[in-house]
Design a protein around this ligand. Structure first.
Ligand code: SF4
Length: 181
C-alpha cells in the first residue's frame, strides 16, 4: 500500500497539540512506516504546502491573514482535513481577544500601552501578518472532515483518530473522544 501523504500546519496556537502528537512515543515508529510527512512545522524546512496531500492536521485558530491563506491552500490540496485541538475546533484561547472588539484595541494595548522603550505599531504588511478582526475556528473558514478536541488532545485520542486513516479506513467518530459536526 502506498504511503499516506500527511501534513500538519500550525496556525494561531501554542504548538501544544503538536507536542501531544509526539507523545505517541513508540507508535510513531509504526506511523513512520506508513506515512510520508510532506509538510510540517516540526522538523521540516519545506516552505510551500504541497499538492495531493491525503491528511492534514490543523492546529490553532485562524487569527491573521497568513493563517487564512495557508488554511485555504491546505484545504484545496488535501483530501481529509482534521481540526486538531480546541484552538482549531472552537478558537479557544486565541479568541479571547475577540472580546476587546477588533484587532485595533489589541494592537494598541500590546504595542503602544505595554511597549517598553520605543512603543510603535508593527509594520503592516511586511514584518508581521495583518491580524483578522476576529479570531475564528477552522470550520468557519473552510470545510472540515473531522474534529479532534482537547487542549491539547491526549495522545490516545490522536492515535484513535489517525490509526484508521493509515489503513485507508474512516475513523469511528461516534465515541465520546471524537466529535463530528
Ligand atoms: Fe495550545 Fe491548547 Fe490551543 Fe493546542 S488547543 S494549540 S495545546 S492552547
Amino acid at each position: 500500500m502506498a504511503k499516506i501523504r500527511l501534513a500538519t500546519i500550525w496556525l494561531g496556537g501554542c504548538s501544544g497539540c503538536h507536542m501531544s502528537f509526539l507523545d505517541l512515543d513508540e507508535w510513531l515508529f509504526d506511523f513512520a512506516e506508513k506515512v510520508d510527512v510532506v509538510f510540517s512545522p516540526v522538523g521540516s524546512d519545506i516552505k510551500d504546502y504541497p499538492e495531493n496531500v491525503d491528511v492534514c492536521l490543523v492546529e490553532g485558530a485562524v487569527a491573521n491573514e497568513e493563517n487564512l491563506e495557508l488554511l485555504r491552500e491546505a484545504r484545496q490540496r488535501t483530501k481529509f482535513l482534521i481540526s486538531f485541538g480546541d484552538c482549531a475546533v472552537t478558537a479557544n484561547v486565541p479568541a479571547m481577544r475577540n472580546m476587546l472588539g477588533g484587532s485595533e484595541p489589541v494592537l494598541k494595548r500590546c504595542y503602544l500601552e505595554l511597549g517598553d522603550e520605543h512603543p510603535q505599531l508593527p509594520n503592516f504588511p511586511g514584518i508581521v501578518p495583518e491580524l483578522l478582526d476576529r479570531v475564528r475556528p477552522v470550520h468557519e473558514m473552510v470545510e472540515v472532515d473531522m474534529y479532534i478536541p482537547g487542549c491539547p488532545p491526549d495522545a490516545n485520542r490522536i492515535r484513535k483518530a489517525i490509526a484508521p486513516l493509515l489503513e485507508g479506513q474512516t475513523p469511528d467518530m461516534t465515541g465520546r473522544d471524537m466529535i463530528k459536526f
